[in-house]
Design a protein around this ligand. Structure first.
Ligand SMILES: *[C@@H]1O[C@H](CO)[C@@H](O)[C@H](O)[C@H]1NC(C)=O
Ligand SMILES: *[C@@H]1O[C@H](CO)[C@@H](O)[C@H](O)[C@H]1NC(C)=O
Ligand SMILES: *[C@@H]1O[C@H](CO)[C@@H](O)[C@H](O)[C@H]1NC(C)=O
Ligand SMILES: *[C@@H]1O[C@H](CO)[C@@H](O)[C@H](O)[C@H]1NC(C)=O
Ligand SMILES: *[C@@H]1O[C@H](CO)[C@@H](O)[C@H](O)[C@H]1NC(C)=O
Ligand SMILES: *[C@@H]1O[C@H](CO)[C@@H](O)[C@H](O)[C@H]1NC(C)=O
Ligand SMILES: *[C@@H]1O[C@H](CO)[C@@H](O)[C@H](O)[C@H]1NC(C)=O
Ligand SMILES: *[C@@H]1O[C@H](CO)[C@@H](O)[C@H](O)[C@H]1NC(C)=O
Length: 345
């Protein structure tokens, strides 16, 4: 629904003031030239696998909303008897509901999580995967001056947070709380081990989905709360869970459209390539100066102005920088269904 509203194309929105702003940006940011060689990976590349979660730089601070304040420490998730029963819930709430109420629901911008109800004890557990240092910091790096040279500092870790209880009002009032499966304690215990392994294997958040065009091939998949929930349901299914096929779940995606991405360098090689570094610094500097628009999704319209004008964007994926030559409609928010895993046995 929002896709209709937010898709760029309506030129009437160009007001004079905006146009002046563009001119300023345009002269500040040198038009990036297409880069030289790009090894052709298989698209979309798999998210890079790590054997442990790297320590995040002390520079990265969560600000007023700490990550996972009431989280269950490692090994403190209650173990249940293998023959016990747990209900599994898919849960959704509008992003930043605490700040904007149900506003973002109107744009289908939803956060996803999973709930468990342990039938024998009545205890509930919530599990969600989100940014350690908030969405803006996962989307753009900070420009940091180290020994008089500029570095691109990413604070882009994401992780799973498991905590006791289900805040029913939070999930139900403007969102969804719906039972999708009923599993054994054995499946649950195995699933908990998976959450810990997965948490070390995939430490980084990725905001954007990048595609060749609507309905066309995918260059980059996102790695966010919804990706985790989808991955978690698949894992439960592999462990033996059956899902209620009458439940249909849609997930929010922020999609950029571009030609085949070109590799411009990785987190260390860019510092040896002054031209590329300058381009990245002016690109990210533009967005950093607008750090007040830290609410990425709310400002997508502003980004669309950028896309329309520059037809160029950079994304950082698997510790590599990629240049995107944007194609119409440049960007879109979608809220499409991803079916629950089906039994094949
Ligand atoms: C991360 O984002 C939050 C909110 O957008 C901000 O307050 C904080 O300063 C940012 N910076 C770092 C380095 O984490
Ligand atoms: C749901 O949205 C309404 C309207 O914005 C808001 O007043 C209410 O607090 C929201 N519910 C929760 C649980 O935040
Ligand atoms: C757990 O969730 C169920 C269903 O939402 C609710 O009826 C029950 O009161 C909750 N139990 C606790 C201990 O919060
Ligand atoms: C900055 O330069 C000093 C002196 O060359 C060096 O000791 C220090 O490690 C450098 N700092 C960083 C963060 O590279
Ligand atoms: C995942 O890692 C984060 C960050 O280190 C930690 O706070 C969280 O408890 C971990 N979650 C799980 C399920 O291990
Ligand atoms: C970046 O590329 C260089 C040269 O190909 C390589 O040696 C280095 O390991 C790469 N670093 C990362 C973080 O991928
Ligand atoms: C950067 O250049 C220096 C000097 O030529 C070289 O020693 C270093 O290995 C290069 N680093 C990368 C990441 O390419
Ligand atoms: C959910 O996605 C399907 C297609 O994937 C779409 O037809 C349907 O309208 C979407 N539902 C909502 C509420 O947006």
């Amino acid at each position: 629904m929002l896709s209709g509203i937010i898709t760029w194309g309506n030129k009437t929105r160009f007001c004079v003031l905006q146009f002046v702003t563009f001119l300023v940006i345009y002269t500040v940011l040198p038009y990036a030239e297409t880069s030289n060689t790009t090894p052709a990976p298989t698209w979309p590349p798999h998210q890079k696998i790590y054997d442990h979660r790297p320590l995040s730089d002390p520079y990265c601070k969560a600000g007023i909303y700490p990550f996972c304040p009431t989280g269950l420490p490692y090994g403190k998730v209650p173990k249940v008897k293998p023959t016990d029963t747990l209900f599994v819930y898919a849960m959704k709430a509008p992003v930043w509901e605490f700040k904007f109420g149900d506003l973002l629901k109107k744009f289908d911008i939803m956060h996803d999580a999973i709930g468990f109800h342990h039938v024998e004890s009545g205890l509930n557990i919530t599990m969600e995967w989100y940014e350690l240092f908030q969405l803006f910091n996962c989307t753009f790096p900070h420009l940091r001056t180290v020994n008089k040279s500029t570095e691109l500092q990413w604070c882009n870790q994401g992780a799973a947070c498991l905590y006791m209880g289900i805040d029913e009002k939070h999930w139900k009032q403007n969102g969804t709380l719906i039972k999708v499966s009923q599993i054994t304690g054995d499946i649950f215990n195995n699933f908990i081990s998976w959450t810990q392994t997965d948490n070390k294997t995939y430490p980084y958040y990725e905001t954007w989905t990048v595609m060749a065009g609507p309905g066309k091939n995918v260059w980059f998949n996102p790695f966010d709360c919804a990706s985790w929930v989808i991955r978690a349901f698949e894992t439960m299914h592999d462990l033996g869970a059956s899902f209620d096929q009458s439940v249909h779940l849609n997930y929010t995606k922020i999609i950029l459209y571009s030609q085949q991405p070109k590799l411009v360098g990785n987190s260390s090689t860019i510092y040896n390539d002054t031209d590329t570094l300058d381009k990245l610094v002016s690109f990210y500097g533009y967005f950093q100066k607008r750090a007040s628009m830290a609410d990425v999704v709310l400002h997508l319209l502003l980004y669309l102005e950028w896309f329309e004008f520059h037809k160029l964007f950079y994304i950082y994926y698997n510790e590599q920088y990629w240049e995107l030559d944007m194609v119409k409609p440049y960007a879109q928010l979608t809220y499409d269904e991803v079916p629950l895993p089906k039994n094949t046995w």
